[in-house]
Design a protein around this ligand. Structure first.
Ligand SMILES: *Cc1c(COP(=O)(O)O)cnc(C)c1O
Length: 237
C-alpha cells in the first residue's frame, strides 16, 4: 500500500471488502440475509478522513465511544449524505445534551438517571433519539450495562420517556467467556423486551472478534472497529 490519503482509502476499501465477506459467510451460516444485519464502523481514535473514505465506499453507520471525539467529528462531517452516528460508549449525564444533538442511535442506556438526562437533551434538541438498553452479561457494573433483571425497568423508562424511542438492546461479550453462550443470554433478554415493546427489534452485539457468534444468535447490528480500521493507535493525553 502507498502511504498518504489515497493509500489509506484503498487500504480501507480492501479491509471493508474482507469484512463484507466475513459478514456474508456468517449470515449464510446462520441462514440469515445480509440485509438483516447493519454494520456500524467504530472509528474511535481514527481521523475524520477515514470516516470520509468509508462513506465513499458505501458505509453509512459509524460508532464513537467518547463525546469529546464524536461531537467534533459529527460537526466536521455534517455535509456527508445519510451518515448516522452511533454512540456506543459509557454515557455520563453531563454528556447527554451533546450526544442528543447528533446521535442516530444511543446504544448504552443502563440506568434511569441517564435515561432521564438523555430524554431532556433530546427535548432540548427538538428531536426524538432512538436508544438501546445496554445489558450486562457478566454482572460487572464497571463494564456498563443493566443486569438482566433490571433491563425491563430501564426499557419501560426509555419507552415512556418523551424524547426517546426504545429501539432494542445492546451488549458486549464478557472478557474471556464463550461469546456464543453470552449472546444466547442476550437473545433471551431481547425477546423479553420485545414481548412488552414489539418495535424494539434491534440487537446490537458482536465486534471484530465475535461477530459470527452475534450473527448466529440474532444480532441485527454489529459494531466493528479493529477488523476495519486496523489496530487502534494508543490514546494520548
Ligand atoms: C471499540 C468498540 C467496538 C469495536 O471493537 P473492535 O474489537 O475494535 O471491533 C465495539 N463496541 C464498543 C462498545 C466499542 O467500544
Amino acid at each position: 500500500m502507498t502511504s498518504g490519503p489515497e493509500g489509506r482509502a484503498a487500504e480501507l476499501a480492501v479491509r471493508l471488502a474482507a469484512l463484507e465477506e466475513r459478514l456474508a459467510a456468517a449470515c449464510a451460516a446462520a441462514g440469515r440475509e445480509r440485509a438483516e444485519v447493519t454494520l456500524v464502523a467504530v472509528g474511535k481514535t481514527w481521523p475524520a478522513s477515514d470516516i470520509g473514505a468509508l462513506h465513499a465506499a458505501g458505509v453509512r453507520d459509524f460508532g464513537e465511544n467518547r463525546d469529546q471525539e464524536a461531537a467534533p467529528k459529527a460537526a466536521q462531517l455534517s455535509a456527508l449524505d445519510g451518515l448516522r452516528w452511533h454512540f456506543v460508549g459509557g454515557l455520563q449525564r453531563n454528556k447527554t445534551r451533546s450526544v442528543a444533538r447528533y446521535a442516530a442511535l444511543v446504544h448504552t442506556l443502563d440506568r434511569v438517571e441517564v435515561v432521564d438526562a438523555l430524554a431532556a437533551g433530546a427535548r432540548r434538541a427538538g428531536r426524538a433519539v432512538p436508544a438501546l438498553v445496554q445489558v450486562s452479561l457478566d454482572g460487572d457494573p464497571g463494564r456498563g450495562g443493566a443486569v438482566p433483571a433490571d433491563v425491563p425497568r430501564v426499557a419501560d423508562r426509555v419507552a415512556a420517556a418523551d424524547g426517546l424511542e426504545l429501539a432494542g438492546v445492546m451488549a458486549v461479550a464478557p472478557l474471556g467467556a464463550d461469546p456464543l453462550a453470552a449472546f444466547e443470554r442476550l437473545a433471551t433478554v431481547a425477546e423479553r423486551v420485545r414481548a412488552d415493546h414489539p418495535a424494539a427489534r434491534t440487537v446490537s452485539a458482536g465486534m471484530s472478534g465475535d461477530l459470527e457468534a452475534a450473527i448466529a444468535t440474532g444480532a441485527t447490528l454489529v459494531r466493528v472497529g479493529t477488523a476495519l480500521f486496523g489496530g487502534r493507535p494508543p490514546i494520548l493525553g
